[in-house]
Ligand binder design. Structure first.
Ligand code: G3D
Length: 179
């Protein structure tokens, strides 16, 4: 029965789309994922290893992998790339000092062959904090305009309130529908 259901879902295009959530430690990845799931902010502890959750947006199913962002874990991000349709890069918009590192990680990631067909959603998180960089400023620092090989979108958000996250999900849905 399970097999039949899986086959039917494949035929009708109702399959899961793989999404990975990356970003430096403390960017807000776990908080965003739980906002997607519960629409409520939760208390988090640093992501150790990876968590995977299913999110459904109006009949479109995403399988979302939250990958740890500490330095030792970043080296293994590539092992999650295979079959990824969307990369969500979470940026701490208050962490000006590490944006150059984020930029390097982003461009390194996009040069990986397993991600050549993936779309990239950059979440400029922590917009509630006074003095945080705007989405436009982050876009400029990450040199997003230079990315011509991948579809990308930058979205300002606040994981604590959920502001900006519904629009992110809409963009994700539009990307997988376009493919
Ligand atoms: P990570 O999974 O990327 O490592 P977390 O990041 O989701 O664990 O979040 C790291 C810290 O940032 C948490 O604070 C979390 O509450 C906070 N945070 C996440 N998103 C936002 C946001 O939009 N605004 C603000 N102000 N804080 C946010 P603690 O204190 O638990 O370490």
């Amino acid at each position: 029965m399970g097999f039949l259901l899986t086959k039917m879902m494949a035929v009708f295009g109702d399959r899961e789309h793989k999404v990975i959530v990356v970003g430096l430690d403390n960017a807000g990845k776990t908080t965003i994922l739980y906002q997607f799931l519960t629409k409520e902010a939760v208390h988090t502890s640093p992501t150790i290893g990876s968590n995977v959750e299913q999110i459904t947006v109006r009949n479109t199913h995403f399988l979302v992998w939250d990958i740890g962002g500490q330095e030792n874990l970043r080296a293994s991000w590539y092992s999650y790339y295979c079959n990824t349709e969307i990369v969500i890069l979470v940026v701490d918009s208050t962490d000006r000092e590490r944006l150059t590192l984020t930029k390097e990680e982003l461009h390194r990631m996009l040069s990986h062959e397993d991600l050549q067909n993936a779309a990239v959603l950059i979440l400029a998180n922590k917009q509630d904090v006074k003095g945080s960089l705007t989405a436009a400023e982050i876009s400029q620092i990450l040199t997003l305009e230079s990315i011509t090989t991948h579809s990308w979108h930058v979205q300002a958000c606040c994981a604590l309130t959920g502001e900006g996250l519904p629009a992110s999900l809409d963009w994700m849905k539009s990307r997988v529908v376009a493919n």
